[in-house]
Design a protein around this ligand. Structure first.
Ligand SMILES: CC(C)(COP(=O)(O)OP(=O)(O)OC[C@H]1O[C@@H](n2cnc3c(N)ncnc32)[C@H](O)[C@@H]1OP(=O)(O)O)[C@@H](O)C(=O)NCCC(=O)NCCS
Length: 172
């Protein structure tokens, strides 16, 4: 996960995961902004520059960024704790090649390390609102591999709510 500046690009068919959480890495941010703009993946009104500050980790194939995970930290009233609300997107040409699965554990680790270093943030874990149609049978798994996101309920509009608590976090 460390990113020495002179590292060679990964082989074109290999996924390389790079950490981005709270690093303000200009190269990764610029690549992510180009990714969102090229693919039109951001909802209208969302600033790519702002979303770039929410990057947790990214996946490259060769020198092309092909997938991102991002998070905003939000109070989640139903579980009465602050969570990193996770979002993921993969370049359509690179979907179903396990890019999101590859991002899941490094993303969780990066957030957990940061939470341990910033106890004042009281970050309890990760949370995802999942469009079940995007994930096929994967959405039927009670606990997702790599991310440990467990199904905790459904929103009124039918999305799954999935949560993974950090082991170090203690309820108030
Ligand atoms: C949803 C999304 C992030 C998945 O990214 P991805 O990199 O293709 O996901 P992965 O390859 O890591 O998939 C992991 C597993 O999820 C399931 N899965 C993912 N996409 C699926 C699909 N379109 N149909 C059925 N199952 C799917 C599969 O079980 C897959 O494992 P497998 O390919 O070995 O069977 C991607 O399709 C995307 O960017 N969609 C648009 C943005 C979006 O909807 N974000 C998430 C909203 S909840």
């Amino acid at each position: 996960m460390a990113d020495p500046p002179d590292r060679p690009a990964a082989a074109p068919d290999e996924l390389e995961i790079r950490a981005a959480w709270r690093r303000d890495d200009p190269r990764i941010e610029a690549d992510a902004i180009a990714f969102w703009e090229r693919l039109g993946l951001l909802p209208p009104g969302t600033s790519p520059e702002q979303r770039a500050k929410e990057l947790i980790a990214v996946a490259y194939r060769g020198d092309r960024l092909v997938a991102v995970s991002t998070a905003t930290i939000e109070w989640f009233e139903h579980l009465r704790a602050r969570f990193a609300v996770l979002r993921g997107a993969t370049d359509p040409e690179h979907r179903r090649s396990r890019a999101q699965l590859a991002l899941a554990m490094p993303s969780r680790d990066a957030l957990e390390r940061w939470a341990l270093d910033h106890p004042e943030e009281k970050l309890a874990g990760g949370l995802a609102f999942v469009e079940t149609g995007e994930w096929g049978d994967f959405a039927r798994l009670p606990v997702w591999p790599q991310s440990d996101l467990a199904l905790v309920g459904y929103t009124k509009d039918g999305r799954q709510v999935r949560a993974a608590w950090f082991d170090h976090y203690r309820l108030d």
